[in-house]
Design a protein around this ligand. Structure first.
Ligand code: SAH
Ligand code: SF4
Ligand code: F3S
Length: 453
């Protein structure tokens, strides 16, 4: 593992790289891997685009509007090129992988998610007439030996990628095409990275994968040393009771009882599961190729709540997938009412070229209907979030301080184990301290708390 400082170096003599990150948490972590690779090659980070000799966007293809945003940004990056000589613009990540040569017409560098080790060579080879591209996907690359350079501001909470790619074929989803085959990272490098973060003052790590429940590390020499996700969770949880462990994303078809029982055994494994349902209609779930139905999903929720009664539950929902009827939509609403998620990411279906759904099913729900259904879903979730938060009133919670509250500098904010955001009066604690608080009032987004003890 490269062992340089885990925070960005500031050396004014180095050429500067500016990085914008879009998309999911995995992309946030990938940008930290990219910075690590570029720092080793002699670059330093800048947060000021005007200072940058290399401008990178780490991009997302999950929905069409995510890509449209990037095209707009590329136009703005080009203004920098006109202002200063020698500025290089690079598009990396999922959109680079999906659009390949098409992007190369607009920028100097295109690199896919498995090509980051080659960034220094690509950058060195760029000339005005020769843009550079590497979009090869790998079956092995996990960047296991690269120690990410952390770009977060408060030094409390960090992401650790435990696997890459995805082997599922959810029919709407572009990720298997942009990120390639699933591969799990050596667990001992994961534990080492978490230990290093803890030694540097971090108090929370989030283990990341598109489907963490299918994490599986095979030891070449000794099958007894194979590691599944529940075992990995335990290994990371044992580093210290002071280090919180989170994870994302769980797949309803794969989340195992072993994982749920492991969570229950360790107080520092946070009581929160992000369990994307996508739809409450078994007909839609079948077409989405999610490999579970409504009943299976509800059974998993019941199991989680029977073992961990106070477990936070959040989800993702897609409105207006191909052929969705009014009844399918109502099934989604009724599932949301039944489960009462704490919060949800909610999207209108966006057809992605090349996916199974785009080849097989017409994107036939009119824009107005999709939007109306999405709005109904969002409104219902607002009520459910409030209902879920109201259940917390009177409870005593242990909160990890993230910093001053944005609205009132005399108050602190931080998350409870369930991942709910809490706000409470400060007694001079700083980011990374734990506080015990009691919930006195709530909004749909926040728990308002008083100090105890
Ligand atoms: N691996 C995760 C999700 C990754 S993508 C999982 O399986 O749950 C994050 C979310 O984006 C998905 O859960 C889904 O709700 C949404 N999403 C993915 N493709 C989409 C599309 N084509 N249109 C709209 N939303 C989409
Ligand atoms: Fe996409 Fe499905 Fe893989 Fe999630 S599990 S990344 S939704 S294909
Ligand atoms: Fe987007 Fe790629 Fe993540 S498509 S959601 S950045 S895996």
């Amino acid at each position: 593992m490269n062992t340089h400082d885990i925070r960005p170096i500031t050396d004014p003599s180095r050429p500067k790289v500016y990085i914008e990150t879009y998309g999911c948490q995995m992309n946030v972590n990938d940008s930290e891997v990219i910075l690590s690779i570029l720092q080793d090659a002699g670059y330093a980070l800048t947060e000021d685009i005007e200072q940058a000799s290399v401008i990178l966007a780490n991009t997302c293809s999950i929905r069409d509007n995510a890509e449209q945003r990037i095209w707009g940004r590329i136009d703005q990056f080009k203004l920098q090129k006109r202002k200063r000589n020698g500025v290089v613009i690079g598009i990396v990540g999922c959109m680079a992988e999906r659009l390949k040569d098409k992007l190369l017409e607009a920028v100097d560098l295109v690199a896919g998610p498995d090509a980051y080790r080659s960034l220094p060579q690509l950058l060195a080879a760029i000339t005005p007439s020769e843009p550079q591209i590497n979009v090869l996907l790998s079956h092995e690359e996990t960047y296991a030996d690269i120690s990410p350079v952390r770009m977060d501001r408060n030094g409390v909470s960090a992401f650790i990628s435990i696997m890459r790619g995805c082997n599922n074929v959810c029919s709407y989803c572009v990720v298997p095409y942009t990120r390639g085959k699933e591969r799990s990272r050596d667990p001992y490098t994961i534990v080492r990275e978490a230990e290093q973060l803890f030694a540097n003052g971090y108090k929370e790590v989030t283990l990341l994968g598109q489907n963490v429940d299918s994490y599986y590390w095979k030891d070449e020499d000794n099958a007894d040393r194979n590691v599944n996700f529940a075992q990995l969770l335990e290994m990371v949880a044992k580093i210290s009771p002071e280090l919180r462990v989170r994870f994302s994303t769980s797949h309803p078809k794969d989340i195992s009882d072993e994982v749920i029982y492991t969570m229950a055994m360790y107080e520092n494994i946070c009581r929160h599961i992000h369990l994307p349902v996508q739809s409450g209609s078994s007909v839609m779930l079948e077409k989405m190729r999610r490999k579970y139905d409504r009943e299976w999903y509800l059974e998993r929720v019941a199991k989680i709540r029977s073992v961990i009664p106070d477990c936070g539950l959040t989800t993702d929902v897609i409105a207006g997938f191909c052929g969705e009827t009014e009844q399918d939509h109502k099934d989604t609403l009724s599932l949301m009412e039944q489960v009462v998620f704490d919060s949800a990411f909610m999207f209108a279906y966006s057809e992605r070229p090349g996916t199974l759904a785009s080849r097989r099913y017409p994107d036939d729900i009119p824009y107005e209907v999709k939007t109306a259904r999405l709005n109904e879903i969002i409104a219902l979730q607002g009520r459910m979030s409030l209902k879920s938060n109201e259940k917390e009133i009177g409870k005593v919670l242990k909160v990890l301080v993230e910093g001053p509250s944005k609205k009132n500098p005399d108050e602190l904010c931080g998350r409870a184990s369930s991942n709910k955001m809490c706000v409470f009066p400060s007694r001079g604690e700083k980011a990374g301290d734990y506080c015990e608080v009691k919930v006195t009032a709530v909004t749909s987004a926040t728990l308002l708390c008083e100090r105890i003890g």
